[in-house]
Design a protein around this ligand. Structure first.
Ligand SMILES: [Zn+2]
Length: 287
């Protein structure tokens, strides 16, 4: 089994068995590892947590505005996940330090050998060029957090996986699509099965109606706010409304800019109607 298949099978497991871990370890030449079944399950939970954290950063990057933007994924220096600490332990290093540039540094100091299971790094030269670095591990039974740290470390080294690993916003299935992913997904990425299923389509149609109720009112107030405010530089009305609407919606309910463009006339109409329906102001009543 190749490493990619093994990694995805493991990641998608409801409850990891030792066999699934062994497949991944074997694909990376780490065949002799031992661990308890209970550790295998705990390790998967930790690994999924770290991977979910990584994917979720793609919703929070500056350019994403709440849409899923895979290329915007990054480990923020102020809230790196616990798995980084475990990677430091795996490498027998001190806790990782982050610099202003947002780079994490792992440093080994000989006097602080924390983990007797682990050495530092082994370097492998690939036959067709390139280096791979892997932690040196001694043949004891691994605790789950080490197993998870090893897997995350392994994932982290794969240039073609980091930004291409996707999680379905509907069924949470992980995959690494062959096709390059789009720059952004307003409602999150969806797996092929969820995109194509008839029930998903029907659900989408129903959802569209109920969602429309939710975003339409927001769009109308955004338009009124825009008209009431001072003249804005750039003057992008559609973007202004889209941002205002999405600011209050869950990621899965967000709308596209194009939705506002298509419905702008209806939004304007409703805004006009609301303006007319407003109770008279004091000066009008006195007239
Ligand atoms: Zn799905």
């Amino acid at each position: 089994m190749d490493a990619k298949t093994a990694f995805l099978e493991l990641l998608n497991a409801k409850r990891a068995t030792s066999a699934q871990w062994r497949n991944l370890l074997a694909a990376e030449g780490e065949e002799e590892r031992q661990f308890k079944q209970s550790e295998a399950a705990a390790a998967l939970t930790t690994l999924q947590g770290a991977i979910n954290f990584w994917i979720d950063t793609g919703f929070r990057s500056k350019e994403s505005k709440g849409s899923e933007t895979p290329t915007g994924r990054h480990l923020p220096t102020h809230e790196g996940p616990g798995v980084l600490l475990d990677i430091a332990r795996l490498l027998n290093c001190d806790d990782p330090v982050s610099t202003e540039a947002g780079v994490w540094t792992f440093q080994a100091s000989q006097h602080r050998k924390k983990n007797p299971l682990c050495g530092l790094l082994a370097m492998r030269m690939e036959p067709r060029g390139g280096f791979r670095f892997a932690p040196i591990l001694f043949g004891h039974a691994w605790p789950g957090n080490m197993l998870a740290a090893w897997a995350f470390y392994f994932f982290w080294q794969q240039d073609t996986w980091r930004f291409r690993l996707m999680r379905c916003a509907h069924c949470r299935f992980f995959s690494i699509p062959e096709r390059k992913t789009r720059k952004s997904y307003v409602r999150g990425w969806h797996c092929e099965r969820c995109r194509n299923s008839a029930s998903a389509k029907a659900a989408t149609a129903n959802l569209r109606d109920s969602l429309r109720k939710r975003w339409f009112a927001r769009a109308v107030s955004a338009l009124l706010e825009y008209e009431g405010g001072p003249r804005r530089a750039g003057n992008d009305l559609v973007q202004f409304i889209t941002d205002r609407v999405n600011a209050g919606l869950k990621p899965t309910n967000r709308i596209k800019r194009n939705t506002i463009t298509r419905n702008l006339a209806a939004i304007r109409q409703m805004a006009e109607r609301q303006k007319r329906a407003k109770p008279q102001t004091e000066s009008e009543a006195l007239r």
